[in-house]
Design a protein around this ligand. Sequence first.
Ligand code: HSE
Length: 443
Amino acid sequence: MSGRDEIGVGLIGLGTIGTGVAKVLQRNAAEIEARLGCPLRLVRIADLDTERDRGVSLDGIRFDSDAEGLIDDPGVDLVVELIGGYDVAQRLITRALSAGKSVVTANKALLALHGKALFDAAEKGGADIAFEASVGGGIPILRSLREGLNANRIESVRGIINGTTNYILTEMERGGEDFEVVLKRAQELGYAEADPSFDVDGIDAAHKITLLAAMAFGAELTFEEVPTEGIGQIEPIDIDAAAEFGFRIKLLAITKLHREGGEPRLEVRVHPTMVPASSLLAKVDGSMNAVAVAGDAVGPTLFYGAGAGELPTASAVVADLIELARERRRAQVGRVAPLSYLPHTMRPLPLLPLGELEGRAYLRFQVLDRPGVLAQIGALLGDQGISIESLIQKGRAEPGGSVPVLVLTHPASEAAIRRALDGIDQLPDVAAPTRFVRIEEDL
Ligand code: HSE
């Protein structure tokens, strides 16, 4: 980037994820610059199809089908490979690395087969290869293994790491739709691989667990060595039986390092698995992914998020770009932001008053058990525009005693609830201050 105070990105492959990368780089340009200290600009794109409208603005970006030209372009500092597949992708990545240009890729199939050759090429070229998006979509699981958990001896990594099969199994459980219909929808939503048998037969999960085993244990293996079974044999009768026995069926990818005895041995496998219905992994539905990592110091941890799709996967690609760009900045200008944001971009932000919160609420009134009490409470709530969704009265009081009345409200502002409670708690028939618990939805 000599002479330019920006870092130039070249993107090879403008499919679903590539389009997401262009969107995220544009949409979050100001945030990224505040973290990095200079713009991270998409300067060039290469794709065989230069005609199709992807619904993203490409103004000011050179767009043609010349991937080699993109790599050799002095305006391109970092290269993103999102074409997938083996031969062409490997050739392009190797060309970039050999030219000393770091590469971001989501190509788990290539890494899980030819990772060693690519990492050797990176070392020789003095460049990096980053691949967060290749496992778990938007979940920063590789970064967590490499950084947040690197004080540990990792004991196991177990996860749901294929969104398509998790989506299919979830839909099969809900009943009704045919396998083919659900698979087609997963393809339309951009979850499925170009060859969906990679998803259904567990191959995509085998690619990913290969990379996780490398990150967790330094295990050098190829995905072909991973015992792999897909979900093809699972029928609705199995899903129903699992539920009756207290389980759910998930396609799990598992790796553990057995250190007992002499030489450590690697356990690695992908297959449909019954997991206790009460477990956290059992609650991971649809295209969501989750990875459970156990370390000797940290104990069990769980990482959850969108495992596929345009923007979640783009989130991981762009995070890699920012990390690589930070490394370049460190080499060029020395200090980089210690807190993610550069100190001069940080500023105090006004706090949102709690009264402006809006949501449903749980209220516990303690009232004398007399006719008309609820009408008075209802009126004071109504005066503030608060309506009741459900109401329960527990038991009956001794004469002169009080009973709890439990209310769930429809969404209301906290200021309105506070005003209503100020009045309600003054009523002679209210025996104790009302308890108020906020409800957080969409968790
Ligand atoms: N086909 C993959 C999946 C996409 O369904 O999880 C994300 O790697």
